[in-house]
Structures are given as structure tokens and as C-alpha cells.
Design a protein around this ligand. Structure first.
Ligand code: ATP
Length: 368
């Protein structure tokens, strides 16, 4: 398929994906090791029926392991997994993957190369009479806009089309739970947005409870009802995109969602005093070293003589905004600001900096 043809994929009519009866999914103190390699160090999480949860975190934090345990591909070393309150994995119970009513989409799509696209989608429908299975598979292919390629083989498809077949295969049996492991990471960045948008529409139509693994914070923010941020086999924070962005639990969580200026200071009189101003530091003891985390868009350039004095070191045009590097007395490295309408500012000149104090986050110093 030519890139031009692939850049305008047509999906089926919205609202036509088969709906499921969603289930709740709960993990209770789930731990897992691969031999001596620890992967999960006690994860407890309750996913509501119909909720879309994104598991987000750096490579190796245990996201895929949690998904594999939910699917039944992996058995947890300890802890329990419950589907609609019924134990499906635990010390004495293990329900195999095919009995869990769970749909899976893998990063590499994992289509069977020797089967047609239609036969791939029918694979999860083996419990139905052949005619019903074929009708359900054709319906699912139609929803993802690939009915006309039913009798082709996966190798003849583009990456985006393979993803759509994999999605059709996962939703055709109307699973109560849909698990997806980095479902868009193998796709060309030009296509990713539209495929993600259409996939999300299918996910919502099915009403299935969804867990999606991603390492991309923006992807999690676009898709999730709730983001579960993981680190080193544990859940660091769970909440809406807004909650995680505005009230990250620690500096590492804040770093995960955006670039930051990390400005060191000391607490005095309930405020963190830094070269960029003083910011409320409730709960910090007097004299503690802490860090003001300031996003580049929270620094606003002003005419010299106003606000905090600085010197513009560099300006880089980024399209909608300019990225400014500004030297400030008392700081070893320049701070970064992202600002609109800054194209007239000349590097080497003095400027002022206004800090949007309401957006400043104060955290314990990482070196403390
Ligand atoms: P990524 O984003 O890179 O896929 P992840 O967050 O999904 O990472 P996991 O794949 O769950 O993380 O891995 C968690 C830990 O378990 C890592 O240290 C990893 O090296 C280890 N691990 C994962 N699978 C296996 C395996 N089959 N055998 C041994 N160790 C494994």
C-alpha cells in the first residue's frame, strides 16, 4: 500500500462496534519475579467496569508484567487478581487466558501469517458455529474499515492496517476486558494520532474495561480516564491526567509529564526562597533544602527592569512558541522559558522574568 493511500485510512461507521458487558478488574497486592529479577513489588489497583486505564512508566517498571498477569499469560508469584469479584489468579486458583473473556492487542500485533485477515479475526470466535463466527468477524473487520481485505494475508497490509486487524480480532468476541500493550508504538508518527483516535472510539463503543500500556505520557493523557504511573514495580500515583499533571506526588513524577526548571532553594518562614522568587512550601521544615519545579511555560519574559532580572542567552524558534534560555543571578545554569510573541527579543540583552507562582511545584530536594 502506498503511503498516500495509507495516510487516509477509512474506518467503518462509528457506533457499530459490538458492545460488551464490562467487568471490574482488581489486583490485590500482586507481586511477581522472573527468577531472581523482581518485576512487581506489591500492586493493588481496582479498575471499574468500562473504565480506560493507562499504565504509564519508564521501561522496566513492570507495566507489561501487570498486563500479562491480567491476561493469564503470566501467573503472579503472590497476590490475587479478581474479575467482577471472582478470583481468577491467586494462591490456589488460576483461570487460563482463554477462559477469562479478555481481548488482547500486542505491540507487534501478533497476527498469524498463515491465516487470512478474516481467519485471524475468527480465531477468537472458535466457540461459535462457523457461520456465526464468520459473520461476527466480518462485522468487526467492517468496523475497522477493512472488510475489503478480509481474504488477504497480514503480510500484504501496512502497519496501520495490521493494527486494525489486531483490534478487530480483540473486540470480535466482545470481551469484557480489553488489554493493549503499546498498541501504537510500532506505527509511523504521521498515522499514530488518527489510528489512536479511531481505536479509542472503538474502545468506547464496546464499553469494555480497558488497560493500555504506554510509556508516552501524552498518549496516556489523550486516552485514559485514569492514569496509573508506575516505577520499579509499584504504583507511584493514580488519577486523572489533570491530577497527575497539576499535583504530581514527587519530582520524578513531575519530570515524567513535562520539561522542568529545577531551581534549588532553602525554606524560610514557610516559603521556599530561590533566585526566581519565594514560593509556599507547606509541610517543609525551616532550613530544609528543596526544589522549585517550574515548567518553561510558567516563565514569562518581560521588559528589562520589570520582575526578576535576567539576561537572554539564546532564543530558538519552535513554530508556535520560542524557547528562551535565560541566565539568572544565583543560578549555575540558565532557565528555559517557552513564550509566544518573543521573536523580537535579542540574545545578549537584559530582560525581566515573571514567574506564574500558582503553577510552581515545591518538592524535597532529590539530593536530600
Ligand atoms: P517496557 O516498557 O520496556 O516493556 P515494562 O514497564 O513493561 O517495560 P516489564 O516488561 O514488565 O516492564 O519488565 C519488568 C522487569 O522484569 C524488568 O526488569 C524486565 O527486565 C524483567 N522481565 C520482564 N520479562 C522478563 C522475562 N521474561 N524474564 C526475565 N525478566 C523479565
Amino acid at each position: 500500500m502506498t503511503p498516500a493511500a495509507e495516510s487516509a485510512p477509512r474506518w467503518g461507521r462509528r457506533g457499530t462496534a459490538g458492545a460488551t458487558i464490562a467487568a471490574s478488574l482488581a489486583f490485590e497486592d500482586v507481586r511477581h519475579s522472573y527468577g531472581r529479577v523482581p518485576a512487581l513489588a506489591g500492586v493493588s489497583l481496582a479498575v471499574e467496569p468500562g473504565e480506560i486505564v493507562c499504565l504509564l512508566g519508564p521501561s522496566g517498571c513492570g507495566k507489561t508484567t501487570l498486563l500479562r498477569i491480567a491476561s493469564g499469560i503470566e501467573r503472579p508469584s503472590s497476590g490475587r487478581v479478581l474479575l467482577d469479584g471472582r478470583e481468577i489468579a491467586g494462591p490456589s486458583v488460576f483461570v487460563p487466558p482463554e477462559k477469562r473473556g479478555i481481548g488482547l492487542v500486542f505491540q507487534d500485533f501478533a497476527l498469524f501469517p498463515h491465516l487470512t485477515n478474516l481467519a485471524n479475526v475468527m480465531f477468537g470466535l472458535r466457540s461459535l458455529p462457523k457461520r456465526d463466527a464468520e459473520a461476527a468477524a466480518r462485522h468487526a473487520l467492517d468496523r475497522v474499515g477493512l472488510a475489503h481485505l478480509a481474504l488477504d494475508y497480514p503480510h500484504a497490509l501496512s502497519g496501520g492496517e495490521q493494527q486494525r486487524v489486531a483490534l478487530a480480532r480483540a473486540v470480535a468476541p466482545r470481551p469484557a476486558i480489553l488489554l493493549m500493550d503499546e498498541p501504537f508504538s510500532g506505527l509511523d508518527s504521521r498515522l499514530r494520532d488518527s489510528i489512536r483516535r479511531e481505536t479509542l472510539a472503538v474502545m468506547r463503543e464496546t464499553h469494555a474495561t480497558c488497560m493500555v500500556v504506554t510509556h508516552d505520557p501524552e498518549e496516556a493523557m489523550r486516552m485514559a480516564d485514569r492514569i496509573v504511573l508506575m516505577r520499579e514495580g509499584t504504583i507511584v500515583q493514580a488519577g486523572t491526567a489533570d491530577e497527575l499533571y497539576r499535583r504530581p506526588v514527587d519530582l520524578a513524577a513531575a519530570r515524567f509529564f513535562s520539561d522542568l526548571n529545577e531551581v534549588p532553594g532553602k525554606v524560610a518562614g514557610g516559603l521556599l526562597v530561590t533566585p526566581l522568587g519565594s514560593f509556599p512550601a507547606p509541610g517543609f521544615a525551616e532550613g530544609t533544602a528543596a526544589v522549585a519545579a517550574i515548567r518553561p511555560q510558567s516563565l514569562v519574559p518581560k521588559p528589562a527592569g520589570l520582575c526578576i532580572p535576567g539576561r537572554l542567552v539564546a532564543r530558538r524558534f519552535l513554530g508556535e512558541v520560542d524557547l528562551l534560555e535565560i541566565a539568572v543571578n544565583g543560578l549555575d545554569t540558565p532557565v528555559s522559558a517557552r513564550a509566544r510573541g518573543a521573536e523580537t527579543l535579542i540574545p545578549g540583552r537584559d530582560i525581566g522574568i515573571e514567574v506564574n507562582a500558582a503553577e510552581v511545584l515545591v518538592f524535597a530536594s532529590p539530593d536530600a
